[in-house]
Design a protein around this ligand. Structure first.
Ligand SMILES: C[S@@+](CC[C@H](N)C(=O)[O-])C[C@H]1O[C@@H](n2cnc3c(N)ncnc32)[C@H](O)[C@@H]1O
Length: 326
């Protein structure tokens, strides 16, 4: 860029200053206090033993970033922010700890958590967070269910967690039966309670065990859902999982991959890249497999007619690929 074009200082200021203001508000408890009822800058500063002038500056910056609103000097969170932070798996403080680990991650390569560790570690981690994931993905699951072609009757949900995606399909297709596949405690504590809460207990089954080894019936399912699971596996294990699921599809059945794969616009690419960093900070080998890579694995496993199902921008980086067995 030449000097005549001007130097876009503002863009840098918004990103670097925004990250600093958000980080400071999280680390000091200021953001949590605003979410927990809010107040004036002076009252919040007194309660948290912060400097009043600095608190007002940070709060005003968060208003300017459209995270907070202020009326008559009283600061409150924008409703969407409250909803997001309440649905973040592990809670907002946990999320802040993850991001704060970024400098150590950069220096050492060591993640803060190993959510892709042994099956025991996965079970203990995911029995706690899948209910929150279910709340987070509920809107996107409704959008996706409306876009699924055909009328699948037998649905398998691999690594189902709360079952948010497949239970939404069961709500749309009233004759469908959903088999939730996951580690036992996740099924008991997350999938079955959600199915009951949605009045779908009569139409769900469970298949507990390791998705890489659990026995699967041949040619059984019209639709197999693999949502936000392949990211936990390195490429070779992810491709192997897809290949072992294909024989369980009935002829004409389809495999649906849902993952952090949405791209093609600057906003979606940004959401995907930042998600990939977040995942790397909490896993040993986790990575976002790109649509072209996934399409190659689907084709190699014998599926055809691979196509993306578009979700609204607000769902990014979540995207979906559907492929069919001949
Ligand atoms: C990121 S969560 C996604 C849950 C759900 N599909 C969703 O999209 O909300 C990953 C899920 O995969 C499950 N999982 C991880 N490793 C597994 C394994 N080896 N066998 C079965 N399930 C596994 C976890 O217990 C967890 O429920």
């Amino acid at each position: 860029m030449s000097e005549a074009e001007g130097i876009d200082y503002q863009r840098w200021m918004v990103l670097s200053g925004g990250a600093a203001a958000i980080g400071a508000a999280q680390q000091t408890g200021l953001l949590a206090a605003v979410l927990d009822g809010g107040g004036s800058a002076r009252a919040l500063a007194e309660r948290l033993k912060l400097d009043a002038r600095a608190s007002a500056c940070v709060l005003d910056a968060l208003v300017a970033l459209e995270l907070l609103r202020v009326a008559d000097g009283v600061y409150a969170a924008q409703p969407w922010l409250g909803a997001v932070l309440q649905s973040i798996p592990g809670g907002a403080a946990h999320d802040s700890r993850l991001w704060n680990h970024a400098p150590d991650f950069l220096r050492t390569g060591a993640p803060l958590l190993h959510m892709d560790g042994s099956n025991d570690a996965r079970e203990n981690a995911y029995r706690l967070v899948t209910q929150a994931l279910g709340r987070m993905f509920a809107g996107a699951a409704r959008e996706l269910a409306a876009r699924i072609p055909g009328t699948p009757a037998q649905i398998l949900d691999v690594g189902c967690g709360s079952g948010v995606w497949s239970l939404q399909l069961a709500a749309r297709f009233s004759a469908a039966t959903v088999t939730g596949q996951d580690l036992p405690k996740v099924l008991e504590e997350s999938f079955l309670p959600r199915a009951a809460a949605e009045g779908l207990s009569e139409r769900v089954r469970t298949l507990p065990g390791d998705m890489q080894t659990v026995a699967l019936p041949a040619a059984q399912y019209d639709l197999i859902v693999v949502a936000n699971v392949l990211r936990l596996e390195p490429a070779e294990r992810a491709a192997r999982l897809i290949a072992r699921l294909v024989p369980a599809l009935a002829p004409g059945g389809a495999l649906l991959i849902i993952d952090a794969i949405a791209g093609g616009t600057p906003e979606r690419e940004r959401a995907r890249a930042l998600y990939a960093l977040h995942l790397a900070i909490r896993s040993t080998e986790g990575s976002v497999h790109l649509p072209a890579t996934l399409s190659g694995w689907l084709a190699a496993a014998g599926l055809s007619d691979v196509r993306a199902i578009e979700l609204p921008d607000w769902a990014a980086p979540t995207g979906a690929l559907l492929a069919r067995r001949a």
